[in-house]
Design a protein around this ligand. Structure first.
Ligand code: DGJ
Length: 703
């Protein structure tokens, strides 16, 4: 089956993924509309499908229903996904189809406005190995006169087929409580999920899942979409008597951009996925897409990190870090990351940001001796940076006060005692690239943790005639600087961070290798945060530290084994004050690190099944390794209840008729038993009980 087929007679396009179809048709006014998004159909079936969009029943209704882009214009009364003002006061779009191009899985359909020199191209890309479909849009000013004003410029709009009820699932939260999942009835009217913060945000994450109220973890139809963008964004779902559609893209309400003659403007990808197998199937679909089409090095196994932040805060020194490095190496850590505090006058968060020279009081010989020691210990060396920010108390700010986001006659609001550098300025991006490039090259740095610890305020750019561009160009330049660094230093790996999980999205994942998903390292809180993160993003990208007990944030006392078992659900790392750990704890930690190494390829590259959510007596996650033979089950019971022994957990992704062996206990299970009755969980008594179970499908030769 060809991925994209066009029927000229009906102006119908059929896009096919391995398990789904998406059908677009032009209406009588050339408006492109979604006719079908769901199970696979043939071209004949696609052409025979009814128009899909709703007929106007009165003069008070719009021509709503299924536009591929909810552009303002005519009787379109919903939220505008494309809103253009022309110099003569006219606004909106009157669509005229021009042509289309099909290049393998890439379909681009070109339109113009019927009067104004605006070319609109809708882009779609489907792949042979995923049901995720990429969508984006480009605009071109084809005239020579005045600029046009873009008030809204979404990547794509989607329509939900008519169903009995509608539910939306999405992630909300805050600092240290990211990715809390809410699954609620979709309100009538318009529901907006957005970030006006210049970063993706802790408060909302740019994806949503919609179902008709009947989907579960492993069954039911789910339609979802995720935006690949790391700055401000907006997704609005509209539920009216006519149905449900949604539109999404970069930028937030109230900002606008000038599209100049000859200029082309391209949006980020807003990808969509239809899955017939519930929220779990939806998540697995997105995980496979991230591994197959987003991450720069998907095949690598992520190393075990030690990060110094919770152990030392800003109080870093060559000796102290070297001691930590030796302790970390003896546990089996593979990458040592020195966090904040190594540069300029950075002894607290009040000063030094922007002055990216090594603090010689803390590191008399520069970074070289520490890096050499870390490398000698057999680990890679990583370093924390926060290139987009500056403390007013810094040499950089004293020399370049105009480099920060600011507006005339407005105060410069400080958050965490810092201001945001205007990365949209090419001179700022060039400066950042230069010092980062030198830092990495001169010090043999293998890994950067790229942090961003505040949102934008007073986001002005007085020297610019189109200042709102900074909301887009800042993010584009962050991507560009990272990409350039990666190209020049092919061994360099990067962790995205924004005060924990404030900038986790498919855009950032296209340019980095993993995400520090929360500053909350309390293992119990973390179960829920990781559950929320896993809805869209794969375990392979989820950095998870084991830190001290009591936890510095919550004060909760949690055994080491439970902390490790929770962190094993992603990319295991250690972030505790190792000098305070007892000999016994260090020995146990070493064993747990070794245990993780033996299962990490299954966790990092396998298919994930969330068997029981946080809040169940025992929360359980299962991974099936890439070859389908290996299984890992992680189970966590934060608090025990008398009379509630852990029920066996029925496993997913098993081969029927096979036998699975547990190499640790010597027990064997027929797959029918694991699927129907379940795997018995042997949890220690008391609170914070946890288990890791490995199973391997027996091969034909009995191995
Ligand atoms: C916020 C990060 O999330 C922390 O892990 C740490 O790197 C601090 N910033 C350092 O300032």
């Amino acid at each position: 089956m060809r991925p994209v087929i066009f029927d000229g007679a009906s102006h119908t396009w059929l896009l096919s993924t391995p398990g789904t179809s998406y059908v677009i048709r032009l209406d009588d006014s050339d408006v492109p509309r979604q006719v079908h998004w769901g199970r696979s159909v043939t071209l004949k079936e696609a052409c025979a499908l009814g128009p899909g969009w709703r007929r106007q029943r009165s003069s008070f209704e719009g021509t709503g229903g299924g536009p591929e882009l909810t552009a303002e214009g005519g009787a379109m009364f919903g939220v505008a996904g494309l809103q253009v003002h022309y110099a003569d006061g006219a606004r909106g779009v009157e669509w005229r189809y021009v042509d289309h191009a099909i290049n393998e899985g890439h379909l681009s359909i070109r339109f113009t406005d019927r009067h104004y020199p605006l070319e609109i191209t809708l882009h779609y890309r489907v792949f042979a190995d995923t049901d995720v479909m990429q969508r984006w849009m480009s605009l071109r000013h084809t005239g020579s006169g005045a600029p046009m004003t873009l008030l809204r410029c979404d990547s794509a709009s989607f329509t939900l087929p008519t169903r009995e009820g509608y539910r939306v699932s999405h992630a909300v939260g805050g600092w240290s409580s990211e990715y809390q999942i809410h699954r609620e009835t979709l309100p009538h009217g318009e529901t907006t999920f957005t970030s006006r913060r210049g970063i993706t945000s802790h408060q909302a994450n740019p994806w949503l899942m919609l179902d008709s109220g009947d989907a579960g973890e492993e069954h039911g139809e789910v339609w979802s979409a995720a935006l690949a963008w790391s700055g401000s964004w907006r997704i609005t779902v509209q539920r009216s008597s006519g149905g449900v559609d949604w539109t999404g893209g970069f930028g937030h309400d109230g900002i606008s951009w000038q599209l100049r003659p000859g200029e082309e403007w391209e949006t980020p990808v807003f990808a969509g996925l239809y899955a017939p197998d519930g929220f779990g199937g939806t998540s697995r679909g997105w995980h496979a897409y991230a591994l197959g089409h987003v991450l720069p090095h998907p095949d690598e196994v992520r190393p075990i990190i030690y990060n110094s932040w919770e152990a030392t805060g800003f109080d870093v020194s060559e000796d102290g870090q070297a001691r930590l490095a030796r302790a970390a190496a003896s546990l089996g850590v593979e990458l040592f990351v020195m966090d904040d505090g190594w540069f300029g006058a950075r002894s607290s968060d009040h000063a030094g940001l922007g002055d990216w020279t090594v603090n010689r009081e803390k590191f008399p010989g520069g970074l070289a001796p520490l890096v050499a020691e870390v490398h000698r210990l057999g680990m890679r060396f990583g370093l924390w940076v926060e290139p987009e920010m500056v403390n007013p108390d810094s040499d950089l700010y004293r020399q370049r006060p105009d480099w920060v986001l600011h507006m005339p006659n407005r105060r410069r609001t400080e958050l965490r005692n810092q201001l945001v550098l205007n990365f949209a300025r090419d001179d700022v991006a060039t400066w950042a690239h230069a010092w980062l490039d030198g830092l990495v090259a001169d010090n043999d740095i293998d890994f950067l943790k790229w942090d961003a610890n505040r949102s934008f305020t007073e986001a002005g750019w007085p020297d610019s005639d189109d200042p709102d561009r900074l909301w887009v160009d800042h993010t584009r330049n962050v991507y560009a600087v990272i990409d350039r660094l990666r190209a020049d230093h092919p061994g360099l790996r990067i962790e995205a961070c924004s005060g924990g999980g404030g900038r986790a999205d498919l855009g950032m994942l296209g340019h980095t290798d993993q995400v520090w998903i929360s500053d909350n390292t309390d293992a119990v809180d973390r179960i829920e945060i990781q559950y929320g993160y896993s809805q869209l993003y794969p375990a392979r990208t989820m950095s998870a530290w084991v830190t001290d007990s009591p936890n510095p944030l919550t004060g909760r006392v949690v055994p080491l084994r439970f902390r490790f078992h929770v962190a094993m659900a992603g990319v295991l790392a250690i972030g505790g004050s190792l000098s305070k750990w007892t000999e016994q704890e260090l020995a146990e930690a070493g064993e747990l690190v070794a245990r993780y190494k033996s299962i990490r390829s299954v966790i990092q590259h396998g298919r994930q099944h969330r068997l029981a959510p946080p809040g169940a007596d025992v929360a359980v996650v299962q991974y099936v390794g890439p070859d389908g033979r290996d299984i890992v089950v992680l189970a966590w019971r934060p608090s025990t209840r008398f009379g509630h022994p852990p029920a066996p957990v029925r496993l997913a992704g098993l081969e029927s008729g096979a036998t699975y062996d547990d190499p640790d206990t010597g027990t064997s299970y027929p797959s029918a038993e694991l699927a129907a009755v379940g795997l018995p969980l042997s949890l220690p008594a008391g609170d914070y009980a946890s288990a890791v179970v490995r199973l391997r499908r027996r091969g034909p030769d009995g191995s």
